[in-house]
Design a protein around this ligand. Structure first.
Ligand code: SAM
Length: 186
């Protein structure tokens, strides 16, 4: 059976991320991806996870609590547009974004095209060869279509000599199914 965008995003990451890697969760939310990444990199790896809502940090902390891999995770109450300040000279193997709003929370707090693009610029500058950045765009909410358009254009304009870029979406589903983009550094 064809995979959902969420499931495919994890498969794309698990194909390249190994124990000890440094990775980024750009939109921590309830910590689903943060935990997944922590389990891929293991206790000796590093996950930098970002969100601008304290509720997201609390939910993620709670989700990670039973797992030894929590040692690898650094939770930042900050926008992903500031990711460069945290990475400094370090290279990363992968990053993930789930764009939209925190489920069951304030739908006014959404990711925005300008800050998402700033974060992508910064992450691409730190991405190792063969590394991947996965962006899953949920766009059914107000402002979502504009963000999807901006991210699609951003991805389409990345130079083919440096990056492979994939788009993945179910095109016969109702209610704006998410669109997944994967940028792979050559
Ligand atoms: N991946 C998450 C999970 O596993 O639950 C879901 C992420 S949710 C769709 C999007 C999240 O992005 C929200 O929690 C929201 O607060 C966060 N967000 C919005 N603007 C942000 C920014 N500039 N930097 C980091 N996170 C941001």
């Amino acid at each position: 059976m064809l995979k959902t965008a969420m499931r495919y995003s994890h498969e794309l990451l698990s194909e390249v991320v190994v124990t000890g890697d440094h990775v980024v969760d750009a939109t921590m939310g309830n910590g689903h991806d943060t935990l997944f990444l922590a389990q891929l990199v293991g206790e000796n790896g590093k996950v930098d996870a970002f969100d601008i809502q304290e509720a997201a940090l609390l939910a993620t902390k709670e989700k990670l609590a039973p797992f030894p891999e929590k040692k690898a995770v650094h939770l930042h109450l900050d926008g992903h547009e500031n990711v460069a300040e945290y990475l400094q000279e370090e290279k990363i193997k992968a990053a993930i974004f789930n764009l939209g709003y925190l489920p069951k929370s304030d739908k006014q707090v959404i990711t925005l095209p300008q800050t998402t693009k700033k974060a992508l610029d910064a992450l691409l500058a730190h991405l190792l060869p063969k590394g991947r950045i996965v962006v899953v765009c949920y766009y059914g909410h107000s402002g979502g279509q504009a963000e999807l358009d901006a991210i699609k254009t951003y991805c389409q304009q990345l130079p083919q000599k440096q990056y492979n870029v994939l788009a993945y979406q179910f095109i016969n589903q109702k209610n704006q199914p998410p669109v997944l983009f994967c940028i792979e550094a050559k």
